[in-house]
Design a protein around this ligand. Structure first.
Ligand code: ATP
Length: 475
């Protein structure tokens, strides 16, 4: 898996899906750019999610809020006070580390040394000890913590560590001297702060939802899993406003609905699992993660939480505006609705799709082909059109067919190489269909259609091309 993951990263770069940001300057830690095919795939994923939320639910509308917001929003939401991670620096290398991961690495080292007598210290215990110790004293030496946890110290003492400290993960921007703005660490607050606007400008009644796709920023300490954990990433979030007493009903509904949505992508049912939270974010009361089996194991791809009335209540307090709805039947009078949130990482879903689709296949003639078997409706390019040879009017016919179809579909026209090589290239970027124009086309108005997955070829009539692309790649 490790090798395959590296192969995936280089394939993503070589074929225009994902590039390291600022690469000509040596790159920027945990920041990536999407290339010519990456952006098409990403846009298709966004559209698929957007439609399934807003078009298929009459009671969910979309919104697009700003990345920069009034800094009181982050006071109210608790992010200024609580959106922290533990951090430790190595004084010599000047690199920053996550102390909990460091300690777990020490434990593994010890376990490898003394086989037979294994130590097991759960992540929660390490975090709990760090919180406890940091509450008592402001500074915490990692050697003291290791001692407290009863781990024999193999090599820790030989490193030059700073104290462990808490570090706020929001990026700060200086608006003017002494006045800070924050890059949003979640898109949700743009939804909460517009709750009144949406309620007053639409005619929706509880229960209703607000969906948003947008960039979020977190100054992550450990970020080395390609686009899985980035410092600038995109979220697809939906906040669903409900009657407080219907919290469990809607929590269960969205948990089920979201898992079903993932399964319908057909990446493989066994690749998903649900993990109910023990440790909750500061705003949540119940929550679970939909986890996907990435090359580095099962990890969160989407979170479903009940945020109850935490955010709206806090915004009422800080903004002094009433963020309530008027209840009739079950709730009498004004009340603050509860909120069920579904929060999906677009880049993580992109990675899940790329990883599940990328295949190395042995062919009958002994050769190997690399193919991206994307769900066809998500493929960056829907079909490619080639002339078999560059003479006798074939390129002109191919170009005419291409021009007629390109209004409706994202297509590629290519004529530079041999047909075999052209097919391989389309396989490598995941194009589901290729159409080749040859001498028979002149006589019979038919072309060769080649299918990405089966590699089978078939003759079809020119007038059927559009219908076939629609049938194969429509949602
Ligand atoms: P993790 O535990 O992996 O850090 P989280 O619990 O902090 O994730 P949430 O705050 O629930 O994540 O964010 C919702 C979703 O946003 C996650 O399920 C994930 O898909 C995505 N996400 C969060 N942080 C990142 C990141 N640094 N890079 C890419 N996607 C992210």
């Amino acid at each position: 898996n490790y090798h395959f993951f590296h192969f995936l990263i280089s394939h993503a770069k070589n074929y225009g899906f994902v590039f390291p940001s600022s690469e000509i300057y040596g790159g920027l830690h945990a920041i990536y750019d999407y290339g010519q095919y990456g952006i098409e795939l990403k846009n298709n994923i966004k559209e698929y999610w957007w439609k399934s939320m807003t078009q298929l639910h009459e009671n969910i509308v979309g919104i697009d809020t700003s990345i920069l917001m009034h800094s009181d929003i982050w006071k109210a939401s608790g992010h200024i006070e609580k959106f922290n991670d533990f951090l430790i620096d190595n004084k010599d290398s000047k690199k920053r580390y996550c102390p909990e991961i460091l300690i777990r690495e020490y434990v593994n080292l010890m376990n490898n040394k003394n086989k037979g007598h294994l130590i097991n210290i759960p992540k929660e215990k390490i975090l709990f000890r760090m919180y406890q110790s940091l509450k008592k004293k402001d500074l915490l030496d990692i050697r003291v913590l290791i001692d407290e946890l009863n781990i024999p110290d193999p090599i820790c003492g030989s490193h030059n560590w700073t104290n462990i400290r808490l570090f706020n993960m929001m990026f700060k921007i200086e608006e003017e001297k002494g006045n800070l703005l924050y890059l949003r660490p979640e898109t949700a607050q743009g939804i909460f702060s517009n709750f009144l606007n949406i309620k007053n400008s639409s005619r929706m009644k509880i229960p209703f939802g607000i969906a948003q796709i947008g960039k979020s920023f977190r100054n992550e300490i450990i970020a080395r899993k390609f686009i899985f954990r980035m410092r600038e990433f995109e979220q697809m979030e939906m906040q669903f406003f409900i009657l407080p007493e219907e919290e469990m009903k809607w929590y269960e509904y969205w948990k089920k609905n979201r898992l079903k949505w993932h399964l319908e992508l057909n990446l493989g049912n066994k690749k998903y699992q649900i993990r109910d939270h023990e440790q909750l974010a500061h705003y949540a009361s119940i929550g679970s993660d939909i986890e996907f089996n990435f090359p580095f194991g099962f990890k969160e791809i989407e979170g479903i939480h009940s945020r109850r009335d935490f955010d709206l209540k806090q915004h009422e307090k800080f903004s002094k505006k009433k963020l309530r709805v008027f209840g009739k039947k079950k709730m009498i009078g004004n009340y603050i609705p509860y909120v069920i949130e579904t929060s999906l990482g677009l880049d993580r879903l992109f990675l899940a799709i790329l990883y599940s689709s990328l295949k190395k296949e042995k062919l009958e003639n002994g050769n190997e082909r690399i193919v991206l078997k994307f769900p066809p409706y998500l493929s960056p390019i829907k079909a490619a059109v080639f002339p078999l040879v560059l003479k006798d009017g074939l390129p002109e016919i191919a170009k005419r067919i291409f021009n007629n179809l390109k209004i409706d579909y994202q297509l590629v026209y290519d004529q530079k190489k041999s047909i075999g090589k052209l097919y391989r290239r389309q396989d490598a970027i995941g194009t589901p269909l290729c159409f080749t124009i040859d001498y028979d086309t002149i006589k019979t108005n038919t072309v060769t259609m080649r299918d990405r997955d089966s590699m089978k070829q078939k003759r079809i009539h020119i007038k059927d091309i559009s219908k076939i692309i629609e049938y194969k790649t429509g949602i």
